[in-house]
Design a protein. Structure first.
Length: 577
């Protein structure tokens, strides 16, 4: 004779034996005590939460010969008949296999006949499986049943039950049991049945039960059959650590090890999604996490390291992979591709990946703030606009001292991040005074960049020839050019004083040998506009590079012949006439 399973042996027989459904028990007991039971009920909720058992308890108490405080006595003939399934007052039907109009018509005909007890109770399990025609046939009887008839409809998916049926019943929702409640239940069953199971096995049983009392007892029975201990299973922590560390090789190794242990890739992906869901709940709503306390601490730490964005993206990617695995010839390949995409954000340019990478940057900034670093060094500033230079084109002021080659700093002498001064003690870039030792000649290019375009064009061919105290002597190519420079001397003086940190006065002089910079480059090293035009006649010319020639240049025919060797002069025939 086969041994009776634990979930059948410990099926609740009274309302007080139901666990985790106090709201349902309170409503039904009060209705029975006050003789205000409804004509139709709808019990909905996940599997293994006690829907059918509650329907049987309600049927017993409605026909019990000695009810006490809304509870059946469980010893009278009517209660024993319900427990044994031989009661004429209770008709239990599986709507999944009896979902046609003919079966519903038989129920309607049976409801009108008399029964030995006070009430005739019809229990329809999985009522959402009824066909549309059968649901329509049941409506009239649900709305106006005979006085002694009570319908109890049970379903795991109330959304599939038609709205017309739900409007005619009292809807009671059953909840999953908490991990703490399941742990107490398992220990009570072990004590009552004299079972020996290790603490690690109990935690595994509760985790496998996933809030369902029936699934928990089935897992407990499996553990007991295996000797009270749990076989070494594949740890999902290895996958989570691979995702946290962004190590695709480690993720692939974890998949290979799990498959070698005999775990199906589909089941492995489903377990990964459940583990990621625990991490998600740990971040968003820790009170909803259904794991033992010792495990909850580990999940919380992993969730913080993984981050909310990465957790959500991982569940989405693995969920999509699970759907694709249904018809895939090699589901392991899809799982490997999914974990590699998750462990290597650079291989995925989807929006979810970009959001995960942004979160990594935010976490890095938060860590820097915790170490006292609240801002980055100021960016190079363009002196002409006062804004950060695009592309870092602004050149920092250069000291006139001899530049020394950089020397390597030993790692031991580098101050740690925690010793860096906070941003509140760092003066803004605009308030830092320039060094007074900067030579005007060394920053002449920056001076030209900081003035207006017209001033830059005029002073572009000039150069600083000497600096005597606070007097800067600038040489122009000729006297006419020097006269033009005099109109903008104040702009140049202001720019030099601003960049050097000391007030300077500009003095102009005419020098045909003047050039940009202190040292004049050799003639061969200088590339002129003429060279550019020779190579490309259509090359654009920067007007700022044009140099005004001396006023005493004679544009005679001899000079033209020197510029254009071999040319001949053709007299104008019109002028002769």
């Amino acid at each position: 004779m086969a041994m009776q399973s634990l979930y059948r042996r410990y099926r609740p027989r009274r309302f007080t034996e139901l666990r985790g459904q106090e709201h349902v028990v309170r409503a039904l007991r009060n209705a029975v005590i006050n003789e205000r039971e409804g004509q139709a009920y709808l019990f909905s909720g996940p599997r293994g939460t006690g829907k059918t058992s509650t329907a049987r308890i309600l049927a017993k108490v409605l026909n019990c010969q000695n009810p006490t405080d809304g509870e059946p006595c469980c010893i009278c003939a009517s209660c024993l008949a319900v427990d044994n399934g031989t009661s004429y007052d209770v008709l239990e039907l599986d709507a999944a296999s009896n979902n046609g109009v003919d079966e519903i018509r038989d129920i309607i005909e049976t409801a009108s006949t008399l029964s030995p007890g006070r009430h005739r109770v019809f229990i329809l399990d999985e009522v959402h499986m009824l066909s549309k025609a059968a649901s329509a046939a049941l409506l009239k009887t649900l709305e106006e049943p005979p006085p002694n008839v009570v319908f109890v409809l049970a379903t795991t998916d109330s959304q599939k039950v038609t709205e017309t049926i739900r409007s005619r019943v009292q809807h009671l929702v059953f909840h999953l049991l908490s991990a703490e409640e399941l742990g107490k239940y398992v220990r009570w069953v072990m004590q009552d049945a004299n079972l020996t199971v290790t603490e690690e096995a109990i935690e595994w049983v509760v985790q496998e039960g996933n809030g369902s009392a029936r699934d928990t007892l089935s897992a407990l029975e499996l553990v007991v059959a295996g000797g009270g201990t749990v076989e070494a299973s594949v740890s999902l922590d290895e996958f989570l650590e691979a995702l946290i560390e962004r190590d695709q090789g480690r993720a692939l190794a974890a998949v290979a090890f799990a498959v070698q242990q005999g775990l199906d890739p589909r089941n492995l992906a489903d377990d990964l999604v459940r583990a990621l869901r625990d991490s998600f709940l740990s971040l968003m709503a820790p009170e909803l996490l259904q794991v033992p306390q010792s495990r909850a601490e580990v999940v919380s730490i992993q969730a913080l390291r993984l981050g909310a964005a990465m957790t959500v993206r991982a569940m989405e990617v693995l969920g999509t992979a699970l759907v694709d695995m249904r018809h895939a010839p090699d589901p392991r390949l899809l799982l490997e591709v999914a974990v590699v995409r998750l462990a290597s954000p650079a291989l995925d340019d989807s929006m979810g990946t970009l959001m995960a990478r942004l979160q990594i940057l935010e976490d890095t900034v938060r860590d820097l703030k915790e170490n006292g670093i609240t801002t980055l060094p100021p960016a190079p500033v363009n002196p002409s606009t006062g804004r950060a230079a695009v592309g870092g084109r602004a050149v920092a002021p250069v000291s006139n001292t001899t530049t020394q080659p950089p020397t390597a700093t030993p790692a031991s002498t580098i101050a740690p991040a925690s010793t860096i001064a906070p941003a509140s003690t760092i003066a803004p870039a605009s308030t830092i005074a320039p060094a007074s030792t900067i030579a005007p000649a060394s920053i002449w290019p920056q001076v030209l960049l900081s003035v207006k375009q017209i001033v830059k064009a005029i002073y572009n061919p000039t150069s600083i020839v000497s600096v005597d105290g606070n007097v800067v002597t600038i040489a122009a190519p000729n006297t006419s050019h020097m006269d033009r420079c005099k109109n903008h001397v104040q702009d140049i003086e202001a720019a030099i004083s601003k960049l050097c940190g000391t007030n300077y006065t500009v003095q102009l002089t005419a020098d045909a040998t003047a050039s940009r910079g202190i040292e004049r480059p050799s003639k061969d090293a200088v590339r002129t506009i003429v060279d550019d035009v020779k190579e490309d006649p259509y090359t654009p010319i920067d007007p700022a590079l044009l140099i005004e020639g001396p006023a005493n240049i004679s544009m005679s025919i001899d000079l033209l012949k020197g510029v254009f060797p071999g040319a001949t002069v053709v007299p104008d025939e019109k002028k002769k006439k």
